[in-house]
Design a binder for this molecule. Structure first.
Ligand code: SAH
Length: 464
């Protein structure tokens, strides 16, 4: 380890900043956040920096070149000029006085370096490559940023407020650790992260009373109804990923891609409740009941669905049963197949020149008949998206033609959209089914109909 990471309390301390350009501005912002007194020395100072210093009361501007005496009383020195001679002078002077010094982009002249920061105050995460690969450090930061919801700070504040109380109520250090783990992984955390800090606090206090009484009494689970998107795991939401990481058990079906399943917590039990078109592996009622039973056992149950749970996903039915049984639940939307497939096929669902509206329709036909109101679907400026339509494809296209939609209307079938196996077949209403037969297309597929399909030729960007 070349550097020891420490967090520096600079509140009310003087920091000398040498330089007046955009790099100095960046450092000044950081010092302002850390509530330091900023003493800035530079012959020329950019306007933004002047404004910052004016607004930040604890600051002093010396509009001249750096002099060794400027280091007087400084707790930290940052050199941010583009003049190597000046930077070296500042570094030498500071080192002679044992004042921590940072010279921007020059690790050799530094005794301290500034990390990339993930700020969820009071929670702070600092990432450093020791000045060797700053771009990599910034990329790592971006990854961590994505992992930690912005409301993590509120959760840390909450923990800080209750820390003493918990200490008093639970004597054993281990027991206390278990308690905090359960807080940060459980419902209180969820409440805080979704902004319900007061409810979260109340929940922690209730849990604390229970834990203090060491009563192994009733535990209440929760169900997360989560949209897993159309296949590409990068299309998951932050919230989906977080809940996937903390579930005890996951119920999933065939549409959830393997790459998405890989992101579910390793230790979670996995229950396949897959439904193939012809063979309903687990009847819906059983799934609904299973969710209730598992939650009643105190489990955090992830119900992971392809796409969005509220679009042809029966998500509504499942949570209705939960609501009737008083089981807490959350719903996390996902990228529905229509959004995912259209984006990855370069087919905008609406476009000012082609389509003013879009309709999502189930193409699941029972006994080759359907209660679709075909007459409503003939308007040329309307894009139609049919889910579950591979088997009924020719029936659907023919019905549209029969009801007056132009046989030349462009139509596309997107197979396994957003995945590395994606294929897009374009044609028109009259001929699409020929292409599908020729190419041995497999489910899942999405059918998109309307003028917008012509844009595929130009906008087709995704090349798996
Ligand atoms: N809740 C899901 C839809 C479930 S219905 C959602 O919001 O996307 C199942 C249908 O979704 C499939 O028959 C198919 O038409 C469509 N679908 C889901 N994922 C798809 C994918 N990756 N590519 C193409 N179609 C997909």
């Amino acid at each position: 380890m070349e550097y020891l990471p420490l967090f520096f309390d600079l509140r009310g301390k003087t920091c000398l900043l040498v330089g007046g350009g955009s790099i100095a501005l960046r450092k000044a912002r950081l010092l302002q956040k850390a509530q330091a007194n900023i003493k800035l020395v530079a012959p020329e100072v950019c306007d933004e920096l002047k404004i910052l210093l004016r607004e930040h009361k604890a600051s002093e501007l010396l509009p001249r070149s750096y002099e060794s005496g400027d280091l007087d009383q400084a707790s930290l020195v940052i050199a941010a000029t583009n003049n190597l001679v000046v930077n070296k002078q500042v570094s030498d002077d500071a080192k002679a006085l044992n004042i921590p010094v940072n010279v921007v982009d020059n690790p050799d002249l530094c005794t301290v370096i500034t990390p990339a920061i993930i700020d969820r105050s009071p929670l702070l995460i600092a990432v450093s490559s020791g000045g060797r690969a700053p771009v990599l450090a910034r990329m790592v930061r971006a990854k961590i940023e994505a992992l930690l919801p912005s409301s993590y700070g509120q959760l840390a504040e909450l923990a800080s407020r209750l820390r003493e109380k918990v200490k008093v109520a639970i004597g054993g250090a281990d027991q206390r650790r278990y308690f905090w783990e359960s807080v940060f992984e459980g419902r209180a955390s969820e409440l805080a992260l979704s902004g319900r800090v007061d409810d979260a606090e109340q929940h922690v206090l209730n849990e604390l009373t229970k834990a203090a009484a060491a009563d192994e009494s009733e535990v209440q689970g929760e169900v997360y109804l989560v949209g897993g998107g159309p296949g590409d795991p990068d299309l998951l939401t932050f919230k989906a990923l977080r809940l996937m990481q903390q579930a005890d058990v996951v119920l999933y079906d065939r549409l959830v891609s393997d790459r998405v399943m890989e992101l579910v917590r390793r230790d979670a039990d996995r229950i396949y409740v897959g439904k193939k078109r012809s063979d309903h592996a687990v009847p819906q009622d059983n799934i609904n009941q299973l969710l209730v039973d598992l939650a009643k056992q105190g489990k955090r149950v992830l119900r992971l669905k392809g796409g969005d749970p509220f679009i042809f996903g029966r998500g509504g039915e499942e949570i209705e049963t939960l609501a009737e049984n008083g089981i807490p639940f959350q719903v996390v939307p996902g990228i529905t197949a229509a959004s995912g497939c259209s984006a990855y096929a370069g087919i905008p669902l609406t476009h000012r020149d082609y389509a003013q509206s879009v309709r999502f329709i189930t193409g699941h036909l029972k006994d080759d008949s359907t209660n679709i109101k075909w007459g409503e679907l003939t308007e040329p400026s309307q894009t139609l998206v049919f889910y579950m339509s591979l088997n009924g494809l020719s029936t659907i296209c023919q019905a549209l033609i029969d009801h007056g939609r132009d046989p030349k209307t462009p139509a596309a079938l997107v197979e396994k959209g957003t995945t590395q196996q994606q294929r897009v077949f374009t044609s028109d209403l009259a001929n699409l089914h020929h292409k599908v037969i020729e190419n041995d297309v497999r489910a899942p597929t999405l059918l998109i109909i309307g003028g917008v399909v012509d844009l595929h030729a130009k906008l087709n960007w995704f090349k798996p």
